[in-house]
Ligand binder design. Structure first.
Ligand SMILES: [Zn+2]
Length: 403
């Protein structure tokens, strides 16, 4: 099994890697994406699996009858964020092929069809919306909305799909396909350090944390940085700075996460007191109550600081995703199949498994990432841990599909 994983991993590794940054640039419907897709197809065909792409461009490799129903589906995605790491996504797809190899080696007798899936455009790096392939399939993104997506060069999604050889007029919900899935298990590199801290190679996901984005507009008064007395200023940058510190304090107090990572300033002059500072808050927490508390706390602190400084503050919630609890029965089944004692952890990151969990019983396995870093070339998993992940995925697939 080690050699199977190692060889598969090595084959995929050079595709879409930037020699300048060492990171991956595998964006939806680009040449690098096409190379990843060709790799997937060749792996399917080399194993005698039935290969197909669905109406939304997601790739499937079937062992057994795709129409039989109650299928066990494993897989993840092959695309990347800008200068992403090697593991986020591809680890799940490579591990799926390696797990199937392992089960064939074990002589497993399948009573259900098994499919390996590669969901398209998971990261949303090119068109700005994550999980487009699974969202379309699950009916959580309408074709009309998808047609409106454009990339940074103004290329609409349908043109990009067409250029890559796919038919954009076919996209849309795929309920019959999803109804034929009995369980979907996505293996993924952990995007934090929980497993590193607990000393485990593999864990099971409990839930994807609720998360949202809020826009804070701090309106002050533009003026000359060299001639305006401090006492006469209405400087929104100061109130913004206080709010950033308040966000950190609230997050620490509540055990949540709160980040101001994007800002725009008007007039954005080095010698000008700003008239407007616009900052975006990203906040996530293990449960809705905690998230509500941290967000309300930050907003209250910002209003208080604004009132003190004569700043007008407007806060707008731009997006929100409620908690995704993975199905308890399937989660418990995975724990049983893996022998118990396996850690169960939540995550602050979104996944295709989170989207599909609304339509299909879904579970996730995480593989230890000792750096905790993700969406960066520093993302890492040791080969021994990857092999442990393959074994866990094989055990789970055997338990679900050979029962
Ligand atoms: Zn991912």
């Amino acid at each position: 099994m080690t050699s199977s994983f190692h060889e598969l991993w090595a084959e995929l590794l050079p595709i879409g890697r930037s020699s300048a940054s060492g990171g991956y640039r595998r964006y939806a419907w680009t040449a690098a994406d096409a190379d990843c897709r060709a790799w997937f197809r060749s792996q399917a065909e080399a194993r005698g699996l039935t290969y197909e792409t669905d109406r939304n461009g997601n790739q499937w490799a079937w062992q057994g009858d795709p129409l039989a129903g109650d299928a066990v589906v494993i897989g993840s995605h092959l695309d990347s964020v800008p200068d992403g790491g090697a593991f986020d996504g591809p680890l799940g797809v490579v591990s799926s092929f390696a797990a199937l190899d392992e089960l064939r080696h074990r002589g497993a007798e399948f009573t259900k069809p098994v499919a390996i899936a590669n969901f398209g455009d998971e990261e949303g790096a090119r068109f700005g919306l994550a999980c487009v392939g699974s969202r379309l399939a699950a009916g959580q993104l309408t074709p009309e909305k998808a047609y409106e997506l454009t990339d940074g060069d103004g290329v609409p999604l349908p043109r990009a799909m067409e250029a890559a050889g796919y038919d954009p007029s076919a996209i849309g919900p795929d309920p019959e396909r999803l109804a034929r899935i009995g369980a979907f298990v996505e293996l993924h590199v952990e995007q934090g350090r929980a497993l590193d801290l607990s000393g485990d190679a593999v864990g099971i996901a409990s839930a994807i944390w609720p998360h949202g984005r809020w826009r804070y507009d701090f309106h002050g008064e533009a003026n000359h940085a060299g001639t305006t007395r401090l006492a006469d200023r209405r400087d929104p940058m100061l109130t913004y700075a206080e709010t950033v510190l308040a966000a950190r304090a609230q997050a620490r107090l509540t055990g949540a996460l709160a980040t101001f990572g994007k800002i725009s300033v008007e007039p954005n002059g080095v010698n000008a007191i700003p008239s407007l500072v616009r900052g975006w808050l990203d906040s996530r927490a293990a449960d809705q109550d905690t998230l509500d508390r941290v967000v309300a706390g930050i907003e209250a602190a910002a209003h208080e600081a604004a009132a003190r400084a004569g700043i007008d503050l407007k806060v707008v919630r731009e997006s929100f995703t409620p908690v995704v609890e993975f199905e308890h029965a399937l989660r418990d089944e995975l724990g049983r199949l893996l022998g118990g004692g396996i850690p169960v952890l939540g995550t602050g990151a979104g996944h295709d498994a989170g989207i599909l969990s609304a339509s299909v019983p879904t579970a996730m396995l995480f593989v230890r990432n000792p750096t905790g870093v993700s969406h960066s070339p520093a993302e890492y998993a040791a080969e021994d841990d990857c092999v442990a992940g393959v074994r866990a995925l094989a055990d789970v697939t055997e338990g679900l599909a050979c029962a």
